[in-house]
Structures are given as structure tokens and as C-alpha cells.
Design a protein around this ligand. Structure first.
Ligand SMILES: C[S@@+](CC[C@H](N)C(=O)[O-])C[C@H]1O[C@@H](n2cnc3c(N)ncnc32)[C@H](O)[C@@H]1O
Length: 246
């Protein structure tokens, strides 16, 4: 017969809690107090990194807050190929689940907000397929476009105005749709298709209504309100555009 003490020691550990922690767009001062509290408390922290060089922007943002606490990097390729992305999500979610299954609480740090165009949403959905009862706690972060609006002193919406957020990963098509239905548009992920997006803005006669912001919160932060300066240039990964119709 197994006594109670023995049964307890043999029981399967409860799955750890998965925290999705938004660390803001770049400035370590824009990491919330709650995010820092969670990161200090959890035994294990993961961060998405470039599959090319192991660099994690999110890790760079929080490192001053959590001293030398070890962060495990999970490589996510920058690819539009769904099968390549699926393979990475599967592999990385299996690694996180492996740790959660030992009863260890884990945090996944992410640029900006964890539920706004973030790897975290894919990660936790993939893990939930294997662990339906997984407890997920999302800690919101200041988004890139909120910080961009603040840096440029541009109201994102006023009064009855609307605001639409779109991705520029496939070029300017989404922008064309968005300006038809919204007073204000934010386009993230403008880096790869910048020239196509620029052309769309020119065709819509919206260049003068647009502001380009890149590398927010870093010493290379740049705000460009005359977009014609950017014609035929390439732009970095950390760049976005705010378009105001009026
Ligand atoms: C995968 S999305 C991440 C969005 C993020 N979760 C958020 O809440 O803002 C990456 C895009 O966010 C924008 N972004 C994030 N951080 C930025 C920064 N520091 N400066 C400018 N754009 C930034 C860029 O458009 C970039 O291509």
C-alpha cells in the first residue's frame, strides 16, 4: 500500500504557469513594473531570437532589470514560409512545454505587447493544443505604435475618429483598404516591402499625411515626417508608419 506521503512524492507535478510578458518597444524605462515583478519571480525565461545570430531584442530591453538571470533563446526564422514557421513553433513550443511539465513557471518575453502581432500568441496556442489546461497569463506591454505616437507627438485618434492597425509584410494593399475605412492607420512590419508601401502612399496622395518612425527607444531612433526623403531607400526591421487622413 502506498502511504499518502509517498503518493504525493510520486504525483505528476502540476503544469507550470506560462506568462507572456510584453517588454515594450525598446526603452528599458517603458517596461512595466508588473513585467519586472514577473521576470524576477519566474524560475525560467524564454525569448525569441533571430535564427541567424541568436540576438534577442527583448532580452536586450530587460537585461538591466533582471541582472544576469539566464534567458533561453528560442530561434524563430524571419520567414513568410508557413511550413518553416510551423516547424519553429512546434519545436519551440515543445521545449517550453518540456519545462512547464516539470511544474516550473515560465515567462516568454516579447517586444511591445504580447498579444499584438507577437510570436507569443502562436506559441501559447501551439502549447495549448498539447496541454489544454495550461494556465496562461499575459502581461501587457506598451506597443511600438503607442511609443511612436508619443515620440512624434501624434494623436492616434481623437473624438469619434477610428484607428486601424495593419501589417505591411505583404506590401501596401492593406493600407489601401484601411484608409478607406479608417481616419488613422498604423502600419507595422514595413521593412521588407517598404518601396511598395511608399508607392501606395504616393498613389493615395498620402505621403504628406504619413510619419515614419524607426528604432524607437534606441540611440538610433529616427522620426521622418517628410517621407519623400525615404524614396528608394531600405528601412530597418524596427520601423513603422502612422498615417492620418485628416
Ligand atoms: C512582430 S511585430 C511586433 C509588434 C509588437 N508586439 C508591438 O506590440 O508593437 C514587429 C514590428 O513592430 C514594430 N516595432 C516593434 N518595435 C519597434 C521599435 N522599437 N521601433 C519601431 N518599430 C517597432 C515594427 O513595425 C516591427 O516590424
Amino acid at each position: 500500500m502506498v502511504d499518502r506521503k509517498q503518493a504525493k512524492s510520486q504525483s505528476i507535478p502540476k503544469t507550470g504557469i506560462l506568462y507572456g510578458v510584453g517588454v515594450g518597444p525598446g526603452d528599458p524605462d517603458l517596461v512595466t513594473i508588473k513585467a519586472v515583478e514577473v521576470l524576477k519571480k519566474v524560475p525560467k525565461i524564454f525569448a525569441a531570437s533571430s535564427s541567424k545570430n541568436d540576438y534577442s531584442i527583448a532580452e536586450n530591453i530587460v537585461k538591466t532589470h533582471i541582472n544576469a538571470k539566464d534567458i533561453e533563446k528560442l530561434p524563430f526564422p524571419m520567414s513568410n514560409d508557413k511550413s518553416v514557421l510551423l516547424e519553429a513553433w512546434e519545436k519551440n513550443s515543445a521545449r517550453v512545454l518540456e519545462i512547464l511539465n516539470t511544474g516550473t513557471d515560465c515567462a516568454f518575453i516579447t517586444l511591445g505587447d504580447p498579444l499584438t502581432y507577437s510570436t507569443f500568441s502562436y506559441l501559447f496556442k501551439t502549447i495549448r493544443k498539447k496541454a489544454a489546461n495550461l494556465e496562461v497569463v499575459s502581461i501587457p506591454g506598451i506597443t511600438s505604435f503607442q511609443a511612436a505616437a508619443a515620440a512624434a507627438n501624434i494623436p492616434l485618434s481623437e473624438g469619434e475618429e477610428s484607428l486601424v492597425i495593419v501589417s505591411g509584410a505583404r506590401g501596401g494593399a492593406k493600407l489601401k483598404q484601411a484608409v478607406q475605412i479608417s481616419d488613422n492607420v498604423v502600419m507595422l512590419k514595413t521593412y521588407r516591402q517598404f518601396n511598395n508601401i511608399y508607392q501606395t502612399l504616393e498613389d493615395l496622395d498620402m505621403l504628406e499625411h504619413s510619419t515614419f518612425v524607426c528604432k524607437l527607444g534606441t540611440d538610433q531612433q529616427t522620426i521622418v515626417s517628410d517621407l519623400t526623403q525615404l524614396k528608394d531607400t531600405s528601412t530597418p526591421y524596427l520601423s513603422l508608419i502612422i498615417v492620418k487622413k485628416t
